[in-house]
Design a protein around this ligand. Structure first.
Ligand code: ADP
Length: 412
């Protein structure tokens, strides 16, 4: 591991589209520092390898304040959240989600906002979901593809729609982004009803379309500059956007020369070029190689950290597990479960152990469910066996839970 010297003096660098002043390690924020984003959001506190991590205060552009523990950029641990209307919530957060109020916890030191944590004057709106969907339905002729689904996505949150092909994921995104007409139920995007042509909303959302509507005769950078100009953005930072999706070295190539995967990455850069408050990403890493897929996932997380509400669809349980703050299982047009991956596993998952045993000259593997009646006897027998080589606990996968709830897998 390389050891870096922490810079003693405060330094100012561009960071996450805003300005950071504070300590650095290897040219990224590390130690104590303050970030100011263009929309007015401020973060002051501890940093670890480029992310808010430790104790800190976040003052959101819309007036809310969080003061407490952060973990990898998310609220995690004990903290206090003051809404712009003055309401105060104290409690425990887990991976960005509010877990439980302080009253139910053992006595904690009270956390008080310091007098410097004044609310910015520009906004007194309370925190509302960025996407709010009520009883949404959609039909293609007689086929009901989406059946009265309900969900909300909050600013800074990633909601993963996990389900097999044909489950209704794309249809939902298409209705929410106006590519398909609203047929049943209702939905609000940033507080406004969908279904009308609303340029104010269009400029605040980023979408990856299935149809890759890029300009093939333009270079990648021209595509991004042009798209940003539609939103009146003069210096969109197109090269930086291409860098984030690993396309900087091909920025000046025409898109007609791009491979399918490169076009897909460009679509993602295009989706976030206008710093949207909501991102709709339909199968964002489908068909990409693992390295590129990992880079795209990192970018998606950064967008959520910036405050964007992200709704993404996937049929990849690893992606849903790794990326999403909450996961919605969608099957045959219905949401069959919606919670954090951790809670879904706790609630529906069956734990087991994988045991490897010597078997003559070979090795035998066995899977032993942990919650069965006989499991403890079997486990102690195995532990005493001279043939035992290794025991690993296996966490239930999201796919196993999906199968348990729906009777079908995620493939096909
Ligand atoms: P997913 O994105 O989860 O794969 P879709 O939303 O694309 O699922 O599809 C949901 C259902 O609607 C499927 O049964 C699919 O065959 C059907 N469907 C999707 N698009 C159309 C269309 N344009 N015309 C008719 N049926 C469609």
């Amino acid at each position: 591991m390389v050891e870096y010297k922490r810079t003693p003096e405060k330094q100012s660098i561009p960071w996450m589209g805003g300005k950071y002043a504070g300590q650095l390690k290897d040219r990224v924020p590390h130690g104590h520092g303050r970030l100011l984003l263009p929309d007015g959001t401020r973060y002051d506190g501890e940093w670890h390898e480029g992310k808010p991590h430790g104790r800190g205060t976040v003052i959101h552009a819309r007036g809310a304040i969080y003061k407490g523990d952060l973990y990898n950029g998310r609220r995690h641990g004990y903290g206090m959240y003051a809404k712009p209307d003055g309401q105060i919530i104290k409690g425990k957060w887990e991976y960005g989600q509010f877990a439980r109020p302080l009253e139910e916890l053992p006595r904690q030191k009270e956390i008080k906002p310091s007098p410097t944590d004044r609310l910015p004057a520009q906004s007194r709106e309370s925190i509302a979901p960025a996407i709010s969907v009520k009883n949404l339905s959609h039909w293609y002729g007689n086929l009901q593809a989406v059946k009265k689904i309900n969900f909300d996505v909050y600013p800074g949150e990633i909601l993963g729609f996990l389900g097999p092909n044909g489950a209704g994921k794309s249809t939902t995104i298409k209705v929410l982004t106006g590519q398909l007409a609203l047929k049943g139920g209702n939905a609000k995007i940033l507080g406004r009803d969908i279904g009308r042509d609303d340029p104010k909303i269009q400029s605040q959302i980023g979408v990856t379309f299935e149809e890759k509507n890029l300009y093939l005769e333009m270079t990648a950078i021209e595509n991004l500059d042009f798209f940003a100009s539609l939103f009146g953005i003069r210096n969109p930072g197109s090269l930086e956007a291409l860098q984030r999706v690993g396309l900087a070295d091909r920025a000046k190539d025409r898109v007609s020369e791009y491979s399918k995967g490169m076009r897909q990455r460009l679509m993602i850069a295009r989706a976030f070029i206008n710093k949207p408050r909501i991102l709709f990403l339909d199968e964002p890493t489908d068909g990409l190689d693992p390295v590129t897929a990992a880079a795209i996932r990192k970018t998606i997380k950064e967008e959520a950290d910036r405050g964007a509400a992200v709704l993404l669809t996937t049929h990849n349980m690893f992606e849903a597990d790794e990326l999403s703050d909450r996961v919605a299982f969608i099957n045959e047009g219905e949401i069959v479960a919606l919670d954090t991956a951790e809670n879904l596993k706790l609630k529906y998952g069956k734990r087991s152990v994988r045991v490897r045993l010597r078997d003559g000259d070979g090795v035998r593997e066995e899977n032993l469910p942990l919650d069965g009646e006989k499991s403890s006897t079997q486990l102690s027998e195995l532990a005493a066996s001279p043939d035992l080589m290794t025991i690993h606990t296996e966490e239930a996968t999201l796919e196993a839970i999906f199968i348990r709830l729906t009777g079908r897998g995620l493939a096909g």
